[in-house]
Design a protein around this ligand. Sequence first.
Ligand code: LLP
Length: 444
Amino acid sequence: MKLNGTMAVNQKGHLEIGGCDTVDLAGEFGTPLYVVDEAHFRQNCRDYCRAFKDKYGAEVIYAGKTLLNLAVCRMVDEEGLGLDVVSGGELYTALKAGFPAGRVYFHGNNKSPAELEMALGAGVKRIIVDSLFELELLNEIAGTAGSKAGIILRLTPGVEAHTHEYVKTGQIDCKFGLVIDNGQALAVVKRALEMGNVVLKGIHCHIGSQIFDLGAYSHTARLMMSFAKQIYDVTGYAIKELDLGGGLGVYYTEGDQAPLVSEFADTVSRFVLKKASEYEMPAPKIIVEPGRSISGPAGSTLYTVGAVKEIPGVRKYISVDGGMGDNPRPALYQSSYEACLANKAGMAPAEVVSVAGKYCESGDILIRDIILPAAAAGDILAVSCTGAYNYSMSMNYNRLPRPAMVLVGGGRAELITRRESYEDLIKNDLIPQRLARVYTTTGG
Ligand code: LLP
């Protein structure tokens, strides 16, 4: 496993994160355990701020869908980033953490009237409007509330970004955003400009996630700037904000080559500036919405190894006490991860094993074929780069409680999300009257 952030192997031969021995963390907080490396998380925020904000005056919005709880909101706030939320629940979390609503951007393709009211009431800075339906709804809700909503229109530029290529086709057929090519987007821009209760600030797109090819971003910026020019020519309105979404890839396993954040910033910013001057338009403020590239590498998950099973001539499985419930990505997307035995981090790899989760699904395999030192029950397995889309996509399948999360740094570990209890699992269950009976443990 490639060590990242503050990871190190200490004198005991144990994996350490944030100056904390992960074997001790497993002992103190139990497993499975999400571990967030505070210094690494903050460094990733700072890299973005330096590359985009300080150099080009751009706005950096952290995508909360990757990892969000109260402590994460506080760190994002302290680092001076904005926050992208996609639901009333994420917005509620931000507000409860005291995150300034004036730096919150509200996304989503089907925000409910209640969510829009909540956002307007809280003073959310921007609502990313996804459709004509939502535009009309928001204009009405803002009118009733006597407020004006600052909006950005989400567009579908028709770029589909893959790791090593991008194509301008398929993504037109997408549940998100307004299509540029067929004229829908321009019609909605015109409609927004004539409305009384919304203020159009700019345009947005998001071309995908885990993107390594910066060419996909230049290509997208070209299409977005060309549309901005069209808006300018047709309506005389020069967009003030150009939101290019998130998506920068990160290292999970060998072969993943992520560009530097500074290269990402230079590529898109220079391109937008060049186009603006070519088109003789004021340059819009660039907004980016990184999620995975901030939270992903800053998180790891600790598990305890239980059953070890060898099928001679076929495969050796080591089973851990979590799996697809705390990390659905391998089962959902065939995602790959690296791992090490945290208590044997100094030992040489000895055998190829597959790491199985404990959920009742054959597909619940966290890692297929990984080389580890000889594993035994009681070992602690650390999986790296689980900060993004793990806790946020976790579930209670098989009624397994969600893991706890600790924030580590400077040799200290603090609980930032408590482990769910069995009691938590039944706290919303109700027994209807007709099923009510007195339950006695003596039977009868
Ligand atoms: N902005 C918008 C509008 C988005 O839809 C997303 C992610 C982001 C920003 C952040 O993208 P990032 O920088 O994290 O790539 N669950 C999948 C990924 C889903 C991406 C959803 N949108 C996974 O685990 O790979």
